[in-house]
Design a protein around this ligand. Sequence first.
Ligand code: URA
Length: 191
Amino acid sequence: MLLEEIIKEIAICRACDIWEHYKINVPPEGNWTARLMFVGRDPGREEIEQGRPFVGQAGRKLDALLKSLGIDRKAVFISNLVKCRPLNNIAPPFARAKFCADRFLKREIEVVSPKVIVCLGAEAARYLTGQVGVMSRIRGSVYKYGEIPVIPTWHPSYLVRLEKMDPEAYADRAWEMYYDVEKALNMADEE
Ligand code: URA
């Protein structure tokens, strides 16, 4: 399957009414032969403006984390369950997110065939691991999507919010996310 085909299909997808609201789809980006893949939920305002995933506040958090681990953003693959921005940024029901992920993310994973996937937040974790538990319980554990190890961790948007609300808790969660991604990186290098 041609990778460009998936990107083209995303660009013209009108399969559900989420697209109606913003009329811009955000394709995944990064290295199509990456060992490490990150999956979030759906694009936010800045992502829609730029047509790129994780380029807003959450993306800057993710970039900083990658940098602190010596990972170049261009070396990994970054995607979302949903390719359009939901109206008022309200999380789409899981069935809707799954509908989109089944259409695109699933095929992206087949093509990229990463060594390890990091789920950013509960929705991606639910889709890829079937776990619906709270993130504090499932984060850092290794699940499987087919044969691919999957590690859920905090969503960077949550860290952005927490930093302002509760700096102490933020420091703990930020370290946890660091350890989770470091673990994924080490596993990806070993596989
Ligand atoms: N949050 C996500 O889950 N994905 C993005 O692309 C941006 C913010």
